[in-house]
Ligand binder design. Structure first.
Ligand SMILES: Nc1ncnc2c1ncn2[C@@H]1O[C@H](COP(=O)(O)OP(=O)(O)OP(=O)(O)O)[C@@H](O)[C@H]1O
Ligand SMILES: C[C@@](O)(CCO)CC(=O)[O-]
Ligand SMILES: [Mg+2]
Length: 432
C-alpha cells in the first residue's frame, strides 16, 4: 500500500474475567466503537522517522541510521524469512534500543517509543525510507478500555504493511465474508502482543486479540506458553444495554497486574481460590450468553454475575474508591449491575442496565455520575477489528483534508476525529 495511509483498531470492554485472564482463566470481552487511528505519511527527510503521539504529548524523531541495526538484527529469530515472536521481549534487543531511547526522560514516553522501535526493528528494515507516524485515539487513555492494545495493534499493522509482512486489507464493511483462517490477522495479533509486552510485562493477550479481530470473544491464555491462546468468537453476542463510566482516576495496568502478582505470591491459596471462582463465573456467563434465547431471566443472571465479578476484583485489591462510588450511585438508583472493567484502580466501570429502568431514570443516574466529575459513554459493542484506509479509497476531493498530518494532529476531540475518519464518515475502510 502506498503512503499515506491510515490504520485503525478498536478498544474493548472486558465483561467478565479481567486479571484472572492473566492466569490462564477464560474471560469475555467485546470490541468497542471507540478506536485508535494511526496516520502514516512519508517524512520530508527520507532518513528521519517521526513520531507524533499528541494524546500523550510525545513528539520524537530519530535518524534511522542511528538505530544499531546490525546488533539488533542478529538477535531476531527468522523462520522462512519471517520474524518470530517470543515469550518475553528479547533482552539483548531491548538493551540495544536503549542507546536510541536514552534521551527520553519520562517512563510514559519511554514505553511508547520502546513499543514503536521494538516493532519497527522486527517488522521493517533499514532500507525503508523514513516515515511520520501520528496516533490519535477516541478512547480515554489508561482507563481500562484497551488504549494500549489498540495502539499496539495500529503500530503492528502499519509496520507489517510497510515491511511487506502482510497483504493489504481487502474487504469493505459492506462485503459479506465468511472468516476462516486469516494468517495476516494472526500475524498482527501476535506482534501487537509483543507491543503490549512493552506497555506491561505480563499481558494475557485478550486486549490485543479483541482489537485485532473485533467482535466479541471468550479468550483463554494457555498455561503452557508453547500453546497458542484459545479465542472463541461469540457470534450471537446478545444485545446488552451497557453504560460506561470513566472515573478519570489515572492508573497503570502494569502496576495493577503487578499488585495481583504480589498477592499471588503472598497468599497463593486464597488468591487461587478467587481466580478459580472467576473461571467458573466466566464459564457460566458464556453458557448464558450463547443461548439462542436470551431473555429477561438470562439478563438477570448476567447482572448477578457482574456483581459477583466486581466483588472478586475488590478482593484482589484492584478497585478504587471512585469505582466504589460509581457502584453506590448506580446501585442506589437501581440502574443495574456495575463492575470495574479492565485493570481497575480507577479508570472505567461498566453497568449492565436493567431493561425495566426508564430512560428518565437512566438520565437521572447519569446526571448524578456526572456531578461527581465522571464521564458517561454510550457505545456499541462487537464492532470491527483492525482496518486500513488507503489514499486511493478516499474520494479525491477529501484526500488533502483526510491525510493531512497537521489537521489530524489538531482535531480537538473525539467528535471531530469521528466526523472525518470513522467508518460511518468514510466508506473506504478495508478489513482483513
Ligand atoms: N493514543 C495513544 N498514543 C500514544 N500512546 C498511547 C495511546 N493510547 C495508549 N497509549 C499507551 O498506553 C498506555 C496506557 O495503557 P494501559 O494498559 O495502562 O491502559 P489501557 O490500555 O487504557 O487500559 P487497560 O489495559 O486496563 O484496558 C499509555 O500510557 C500509553 O503509553
Ligand atoms: C488486567 C487485564 O486482565 C486486562 C486489562 O485490560 C490484563 C491482561 O489481561 O492483559
Ligand atoms: Mg492496556
Amino acid at each position: 500500500m502506498s503512503t499515506p495511509f491510515f490504520v485503525s483498531a478498536p478498544g474493548k470492554v472486558i465483561i467478565f474475567g479481567e486479571h484472572s485472564a492473566v492466569y490462564g482463566k477464560p474471560a469475555i470481552a467485546a470490541a468497542l466503537s471507540l478506536r485508535a487511528y494511526l496516520l502514516v505519511t512519508p517524512s520530508q527527510d527520507p532518513d528521519t522517522i517521526n513520531l507524533s503521539f499528541p494524546d500523550i504529548n510525545l513528539t520524537h524523531s530519530w535518524n534511522k541510521n542511528d538505530i544499531p541495526w546490525d546488533s539488533i538484527v542478529k538477535h531476531i529469530n527468522l523462520v522462512d524469512n519471517l520474524p518470530q515472536t517470543s515469550e518475553e521481549l528479547v533482552p539483548e534487543i531491548v538493551d540495544q534500543l536503549g542507546s536510541v531511547l536514552a534521551d527520553l526522560n519520562s517512563s510514559l514516553h519511554y514505553t511508547a517509543c520502546l513499543c514503536f522501535l521494538y516493532l519497527y526493528t522486527h517488522l521493517c528494515n533499514q532500507e525503508l525510507a523514513g516515515m511520520s507516524f501520528c496516533i490519535r485515539s477516541t478512547l480515554p487513555i489508561g482507563a481500562g478500555l484497551g488504549s494500549s492494545a489498540s495502539t499496539a495493534v495500529c503500530l503492528a499493522s502499519a509496520l507489517a504493511i510497510l515491511g511487506n509482512r502482510v497483504t493489504s486489507a481487502s474487504f469493505l464493511q459492506t462485503d459479506k465474508i465468511l472468516k476462516k483462517e486469516n494468517n495476516d490477522l494472526d500475524f498482527i495479533d501476535s506482534w501487537s502482543l509483543m507491543g503490549e509486552k512493552c506497555f506491561h510485562g505480563n499481558p494475557s493477550g485478550i486486549d490485543n486479540a479483541v482489537a485485532t479481530h473485533g467482535g466479541a470473544v471468550m479468550f483463554q491464555r494457555m498455561n503452557n506458553p508453547a500453546q497458542p491462546s484459545v479465542r472463541t468468537s461469540m457470534r450471537n453476542f446478545p444485545a446488552i444495554k451497557l453504560l460506561l463510566t470513566n472515573t478519570k482516576v489515572p492508573r497503570s495496568t502494569a502496576d495493577l497486574v503487578g499488585g495481583v502478582g504480589k498477592l499471588n505470591v503472598e497468599y497463593p491459596k486464597t488468591s487461587n481460590s478467587i481466580l478459580e471462582a472467576m473461571e467458573h463465573l466466566s464459564n457460566t456467563a458464556y453458557q448464558i450468553m450463547v443461548r439462542p434465547f436470551f431473555g429477561a431471566e438470562e439478563r438477570k443472571k448476567l447482572r448477578e454475575l457482574v456483581n459477583i465479578n466486581h466483588g472478586l476484583l475488590v478482593a484482589l485489591g484492584v478497585s478504587h474508591p471512585s469505582l466504589e462510588k460509581v457502584k453506590i450511585i448506580t446501585d442506589t438508583s437501581k440502574l443495574g449491575s456495575t463492575k470495574l472493567t479492565g485493570a481497575g484502580g480507577g479508570g472505567c466501570a461498566i453497568t449492565l442496565v436493567d431493561e425495566d429502568v426508564s430512560e428518565a431514570d437512566i438520565a437521572q443516574g447519569i446526571a448524578e455520575l456526572e456531578k461527581e466529575g465522571y464521564e458517561c459513554f454510550e457505545t456499541s459493542l462487537g464492532g470491527k477489528g483492525v482496518g486500513s484506509l488507503s489514499f486511493e479509497d478516499v474520494p479525491q476531493e477529501l484526500r488533502s483534508t483526510v491525510f493531512s498530518p497537521e489537521k489530524f494532529c489538531a482535531y480537538s476531540d473525539r467528535i471531530e476525529i469521528e466526523k472525518v475518519l470513522s467508518t460511518n464518515a468514510l466508506e473506504g475502510w478495508r478489513y482483513w
